[in-house]
Write a protein that binds this ligand. Structure first.
Ligand code: OFO
Length: 170
């Protein structure tokens, strides 16, 4: 069982995760317009990953006898600048989401809600991975700058990103 307060906070996070998915889908479309199919693919995989984050939280709310309330999703931007700027924006966004997850954890600790603390631990670990993955892309992008050959090489590497493992259907 979760408190009404925790239920509201988790529903808010579901909405934020949906926004993340929406933003990465917009970034994917934008990368296509830049002629960078590997970047577009990476963003498309990130979109899938965010949908998985949404679904996992949605399932948890229901498993705790809570009510899911889906809210309107904010419109993402359409353009994100050059490749380095796209991934800098991605890093900033993931750092923001990490902060949100930590706030949720603070609430779970304050409420002595042990089940939600255990549940959120998965997201805490996931955010470490999310930030590290993006940092690993920002670094070479800084190095190559606008060099076409360098960007093409990174594009090929990003094209190799695998799809996230699907969650079991409830
Ligand atoms: Fe759901 O981690 Fe990214 O935003």
């Amino acid at each position: 069982m979760i408190s009404k307060n925790m239920q509201a906070a988790l529903n808010e996070q579901v909405n934020k995760e949906f926004f993340s998915a929406y933003m990465y889908l917009a970034m994917s479309a934008y990368c296509n317009t830049l002629g960078l199919p590997g970047f577009a693919h990476w963003m498309r995989m990130q979109y899938e990953e965010e949908i998985m984050h949404v679904t996992k939280m949605y399932d948890y709310i229901l498993s705790q006898g809570g009510e899911v309330e889906l809210k309107a999703i904010e419109k993402p931007e359409k353009e994100y600048g050059r490749p380095l700027a796209i991934f800098q924006k991605t890093l900033e966004h993931e750092q923001y989401v990490t902060g949100l997850i930590h706030k949720l954890m603070d609430l779970a600790i304050e409420e002595r809600d042990y089940a939600t603390q255990a549940f959120l631990q998965w997201y805490v670990t996931e955010q470490v991975e999310e930030e590290s993955n993006v940092n690993d892309i920002v670094a070479p992008l800084r190095m190559v700058g606008e060099d076409k050959g360098g960007l093409m090489m990174i594009d090929q590497q990003l094209a190799a990103r695998l799809a996230p493992t699907p969650l079991p259907v409830k």
